[in-house]
Design a protein. Structure first.
Length: 103
């Protein structure tokens, strides 16, 4: 939950406020649950209409984004462009954080 809230706080124009954070915490909404949330479900949890619509639309956008692994980029140029988005320049791939699975 904390990672979801941290992620949502980093999104511009989402309007994450304290009452919305409390609802996400109280309902134990994690990332998987969030991307499947509907405006109606959020309203049932007590979220006001504006934030509920914003969150539901954002969750839908997140779900529909096509994710690609770094290994799927076919050219060095393609890979360089996506790595730059993550602040990795000059081929310094040691800055890519390692995935650490949860126990």
């Amino acid at each position: 939950m904390a990672k979801l809230i941290e992620f949502l706080q980093g999104q511009e124009n989402l309007g994450l406020n304290e009452p919305a954070i409390k609802i996400l915490e109280n309902e134990e909404i994690n990332g998987r649950a969030f991307i499947n949330m509907t405006k109606e479900e959020l309203r049932d949890y007590g979220m006001k209409g504006g934030p509920a619509k914003n969150f539901a639309d954002f969750a839908k956008d997140c779900k529909e984004k096509k994710m690609r692994s770094f290994s799927s980029y076919k050219t060095k140029k393609e890979l360089s462009e996506v790595l730059e988005k993550y602040g990795i320049v000059n081929g310094n791939i040691t800055r890519i954080p390692q995935f650490i699975p949860h126990k």
